[in-house]
Design a protein. Structure first.
Length: 560
């Protein structure tokens, strides 16, 4: 517990808590302005706390929310300030805020935050505040009439009253003699019970929104790109928004009534793309496309259980012969073909996909040569334009600064979110499962969910053998290497997701645990690329388990 000094400050301004919270690190510029205004306009024995993310057990689940700003008075009273930027509407007896996918009741949100905060005080056995008021702040709107029984004229501040926000808060909390002991207890409660440096969930959301917002110009450029027929090769760095771009191009093709195929190399990315595209878009891995095309040509296929590269090579050879003899079935002629993470495919794959493309059709080949882990190489095909993007919008600054010489030359990291950086943990082959379990325990205790985490190993699936029996108390979800008779990959049932770095391309998680790295090998080309891909999967932070007794990791497996 840090020492909390509640004596009046010396600069005649309210103080931020924690004391090292910098206003410029607040993701929302509008909220940062409000925090700065309150700090400037309130006396030096008042406190301003920003981004209080709370969690609370509710039945079998976890309720969570965030209070934008909390003001603590010298007497130990609290003002919970909820800031709503932009337009606000009245529906029935309530103020509502419309977002892209939902409509939120503002008065219910105020009541929910207040109730949750009081319950947190009760559960913690902490000294309670002398009073709690909710303040609704509309910096961009003019309130003409008040709605909702929970709202009072004194607790609503609109654009016209914005310069007097601090005065309004002060008038609501002025009563009562200063009580430094109570204030200190309240601040210690906030430090122990409420996530003060924006929570990992807030950081993850901030990172994602920054990436989408900053990557917008790329999609705008390509929206205006004309080439008929389109033959475009896009070389884009990790975190540049490649998959978002593929989704945009696919949606545009569907709107134009074009028969569209979206393909990639690894199965997890294909599953992700499938979930975000209309049902009339064909989405599959490249080898999945080969399998289904072979079935359409009546080629018998028997999966032997474990499948290696030799199996797929034989299947593609048979497919090539069958296409030469019978041609492409009519249903397999596409107007648009989009390839994501294309660096994992070779010139033969491109030739086969071109066979499926109508003469006037569009083909866009999207990939990152620096994420080529399988050693494939392909020069720009004749007739293709090449567009290069070297800006990474996903990786937070805390990880970007640690990449150093691992990052390819010329890559620009544009995500303004700090994140939690990279933590290096000493481990060994004998203790790897125990150390991964301990790190997962730490992250879950800090508030992460299993869905926020990903454990990656450099090299192929054989480097996951240490996790066959699970890791500590955690059941693991991983690809076994086996296939069902109809070609579906067999996965274990578990909560903690484990995979090889080759299968993780196109995915991301808030925090990535990289298991089993010999830092002495990081300047070898294969190791550098694998570690670069692994670290750029994270949107908040990463843990790197360093093995001093490791063996060379080798190259990733070819099983997608």
């Amino acid at each position: 517990m840090r020492r909390v000094d509640v004596a009046p400050g010396t600069d005649s301004m309210a103080r931020l808590f924690p004391p090292d919270l910098a206003v410029e690190r607040i993701e929302s510029y509008a909220e940062a302005q409000t925090v700065d205004t309150l700090r400037r306009d309130l006396p030096d024995d008042w406190w301003v706390v920003h981004s209080c993310h709370w969690t609370l057990p509710r039945g079998r689940g976890i309720g969570q929310g965030e209070i934008d700003i909390v003001v603590v008075s010298p007497a130990g009273g609290l003002a919970l300030v909820e800031q709503k930027n932009g337009a606000v509407e009245i529906e029935g007896n309530d103020y509502v805020k419309h977002y892209a996918t939902r409509t939120k009741s503002i008065s219910r949100q105020l009541a929910r935050n207040r109730e949750a905060l009081l319950q947190k005080f009760e559960r913690a056995g902490a000294t309670k505040p002398v009073g709690v008021v909710s303040v609704l702040y509309f910096p961009d709107a003019i309130v003409t009439r008040l709605q909702g029984a929970a709202l009072d004229a004194l607790t609503v501040v609109d654009h016209a009253e914005a310069p007097r926000l601090a005065d309004r808060v002060r008038s609501l909390l002025e009563a009562g003699a200063p009580d430094p002991v109570r204030v200190k207890s309240i601040l210690q409660f906030f430090e122990g019970e409420i996530d003060l440096h924006p929570s990992l969930h807030a950081l993850g959301e901030a990172s994602s929104s920054a990436r989408v917002r900053l990557a917008g110009p790329l999609t705008q450029i390509l929206d205006g790109f004309e080439m008929n027929p389109m033959r475009l090769r896009i070389e884009a760095s990790a975190g540049s928004g490649k998959s978002e771009l593929v989704l945009r191009l696919a949606q545009r093709a569907v709107q134009r009534g074009r028969h569209t195929l979206v393909t990639c190399f690894n199965r997890p990315l294909a599953t992700l793309l499938r979930a975000h595209l209309p049902v009339d878009v064909t989405v599959d891995t490249y080898l999945g496309v080969c399998k289904r095309l072979a079935e359409a040509l009546a080629l018998p296929i028997t999966f032997p259980g474990p499948v290696d590269a030799a199996f797929w090579n034989r299947l593609q050879d048979r497919l090539t012969a069958a296409l030469a003899e019978h041609g492409v079935p009519y249903a397999w002629h596409y107007d648009t073909i989009l390839v994501d993470e294309a660096q994992d495919l070779d010139g033969q794959a491109l030739d086969r996909l071109m066979q499926l493309l109508r003469p006037s059709g569009d083909l866009v080949w999207v990939g990152d040569p620096e994420q080529n882990l399988r050693g494939e190489s392909m020069s720009s095909p004749p007739g293709f334009a090449t567009f290069r993007v070297l800006t990474n919008y996903r990786t937070p600054r805390g990880i970007a600064t640690e990449l150093g010489t691992i990052a390819p030359p010329g890559v620009v990291f544009a995500n303004p979110v700090e994140g939690t950086g990279v933590q290096v943990i000493a481990s060994s082959r004998a203790t790897l499962a125990h150390d991964v379990a301990a790190e997962a325990d730490r992250l879950l205790a800090a508030g992460y969910r299993y869905a926020d985490l990903m454990v990656l190993t450099l090299g192929g699936l054989r480097h996951l053998q240490w996790a066959d029996a699970g890791v500590g108390r955690h059941r693991v979800k991983r690809f076994t290497g086996d296939y069902t008779a109809d070609g579906q990959q067999v996965m274990t049932e578990g909560d903690l997701y484990l995979d090889s770095v080759a299968r993780a391309k196109g995915q991301q998680r808030a925090h990535v645990i990289i298991a089993g790295v010999d830092l002495g090998q990081i300047h070898a080309t294969a190791m550098r690329r694998q570690l670069y891909v692994a670290l750029t999967r994270a949107t908040v932070g990463a843990s790197l388990l360093h093995l001093s007794d490791s063996e060379p990791s080798g190259s990733p497996e070819e099983t997608p």
